[in-house]
Design a binder for this molecule. Sequence first.
Ligand SMILES: [Fe+2]
Length: 387
Amino acid sequence: MVVNFYRPVEVFFGKGAVNRVGEIARRYGFKALIVTGKKSARESGALEKVIRSLNSHGIQEYILYNEVIPNPTDQVVNEGARIAVEEKIDFIIGLGGGSALDTAKAISITSSNEGSVWDYMKYPEGPRLVPYLNRPVICIPTTAGTGSEVNKYSVITNSLRKEKLVLSHSLNYPRVALIDPELSITMNAELTAITGFDALIHALESLTNRAENFMAEEHSVKAIELIAKWLPVAIEEPDNYKAREAMSYASMLAGVAIDHLGVALIHAMEHPVSAHYPDVAHGLGLAILAPYVTKFNYKGNPEKYALFAKLMGYEEKPELAVDALVDFLERIGLLRTLKDVGVEEGILERLTEDVYMLARHSFLINPVEPTLDDVRKIYQEAYEGKL
Ligand SMILES: [Fe+2]
């Protein structure tokens, strides 16, 4: 077997990494678009650090685009792209959680090519258009979970069509990731749990799906080990820098792992949930579905699920992967059902159809290839909480 390992993102990792942004940005020009949300980057002090660093390196001109929302939409990306073109932006800084980073990357593609962002989204048949240019992007995560700072994915929601899809292209890599664990300290317990669990599922799905790449799998294994140990600590002791650092690192590793290996049915089934219910955070949707999908999946790759159970501190048996997830979710306070978060029973059929229409390409790499009946049944179980 020949494996490929392509890492085009330059990473600066550690306390104070955010202060390098000015020095690095000089490579790319003098006019920045800072893409971020309304509140957290400002409240955490991260935005101020970025602006101070830019100014001290002679970059006085920047436009603040702080319209990013959780589960970011195509409108938000298209509007950001319009500004980038009109204002002749040299480079883009994505500052915030996964939504800000995904939006910044997608603005880069959209502002540098024809059409709108939806032309580049990956339907099972492929995207409508292929990009050929981008603008440089610097990603600065303030959460620990998405991994978007090191990979080629942007997940965007079309609120009119109620579809959530992935933009995946080698031009969608940021040039530089500044990963400063200190920025994640202001996250509250719930956000820490939700984003950290996203990273765990990136690691689990990349490790267990049918794609093979032993170099990338090393990253999944290390990420699981770190998250099992440090996510509960980060939740219980928000100021514990060691825990924050471990989580930022694990999130990055898991982001690399999915870049090579992809995800699988947990993500494929989560996206329709948050497309129809944008108030359900991605990581929470994953938390709800993970035990049920894992119960369906573990027989398809017993060796890797046994390894997962072991890494989570259980006996090395595949079926214990389900227990490991349930116990961990309970510990981090995320054990919920679809019903609990307001999903209506009547929509489960539509969600099932959406998985087929929008994400059936992931069926082939899932440990067990599901039928639509399997997907329907898993949604029903996750709705009722019947494991
Ligand atoms: Fe994810």
